[in-house]
Design a protein around this ligand. Sequence first.
Ligand code: BGC
Length: 510
Amino acid sequence: MAVVISSSGNSPAFEGKMTVYVFICVVIAAVGGLIFGYDIGISGGVSAMDSFLEEFFPSVYERKKLAHENNYCKYDNQVLQLFTSSLYLAALVASFFASATCSKLGRKPTMQFASIFFIIGVGLAAGAVNMYMLIIGRILLGFGVGFGNQAVPLFLSEIAPAKIRGGLNIVFQLMITIGILIANIVNYFTSSIHPYGWRLALGGAGVPALILLFGSLLICETPTSLIERNKLEEGKKTLKKIRGVDNVEEEFRSIVNACDFARQVKAPYRKLMKPESRPPLVIGLLLQFFQQFTGINAIMFYAPVLFQTVGFGNDAALLSAVITGTINVLSTFVGIYLVDKTGRRFLLLQSSVHMLVCQLVIGIILAKDLGVTGTLGRGEALVVVIFVCFYVMGFAWSWGPLGWLIPSETFPVETRTEGFALAVSCNMFFTFVIAQAFLSMLCGMKSGIFFFFSAWIVVMGLFALFFVPETKGVSIDDMRDSVWKPHWYWKRFMRQEDDHDVERRSTRAF
Ligand code: BGC
């Protein structure tokens, strides 16, 4: 399967402009990211709402009322965590099916499947009268996330004119952050509506899901997907439409060539296991692990719960989550602006130091002053919120968007969608792990949780320093020569491939 994405650097300049039609397509498709973000943001608020807990988790509700007994453990409940995390486990499984539908049927139908899963999932979760409906609803939402997260970034990359492809890729992350923010605002307002505020909060995801379903009728299939499935004429017609020019011959030929070349690789997953695929594969997968072990989702899923834990009231906790959500959105623009200027490595390294300091400060304040049954003073609680905001800022311009961008630009064309599918499912797996374990970890490790994430931030900073090469401005099809071959560590895998090539050539010669 082929995805043609070019970076601004050495890639040929094809004719075309950013048309209104492409703009409409991008906005509609990116609604998929918005639903993902909404799901991330809504769970924490809902799991802190009394009427929701009373109905589904009475034992947690009882414990919450006795909150002064133990700050860190009041929400620790495996089934409550399953409510949040089941979605990501389902998304993990779904991304493999989505990779198949993406290549066999196209990106557009895959997005439409996503919206149908979302709509049924929202209906079940918001209308739930028992735990089964609730969990099955979450699982269907997870299918929607798996299908959406596979199809949307590919769609965005394939539809965008080459020179603004990097920035457009981060629009996906921007929509995620907007989704999280909307969810935080919805949580804030619905938390005081008893007894069905939580139903409104969960049901809110239905609005973007409907927009995606009907909106997707207006968008086109990507030229790459059409050409890949041998619909050459339709592919060319679509290319003319989205580029807004008649002369698309050069870009058309380049897509046809990429698809021809990709067709020769019959077993892309086997190819991914070969040494020459090691650099993008190891980096792509580890970035997902590290992205989640920054601890970001401990904040995103559980911000209201976390703020209550450090002594904020219900409303104040939700309001603080709205503030962190706003910071998250605004800081993503910094990432969009800087990523092609300072490069990826600078952002990863700067933010590792930045996030480390924030986690340490939060951990030290909580360890020193919160205690297991005490509360923080107003001043200290405020400092905690400020450092949470700084921390979110650092993540939003680095490990957040780059976790999606780097895997989308480092795999060679013949393994790009499969490599990306592995990265998506790896992200979902570790998102699941954090969602399932965080509240228990908080209960067991107390403020030590912040030191735990700090230690991982040190590891990922070192990994970025030694193993993540700069890919800014490098043509996407030139990674091997410009990035991997000169790299002090990754070059050894390239040499092996050269040996293989020589071996293959000499075997053929005999
Ligand atoms: C991550 C999510 C996270 C979000 C926060 C995304 O890049 O994949 O897990 O919740 O950023 O903005």
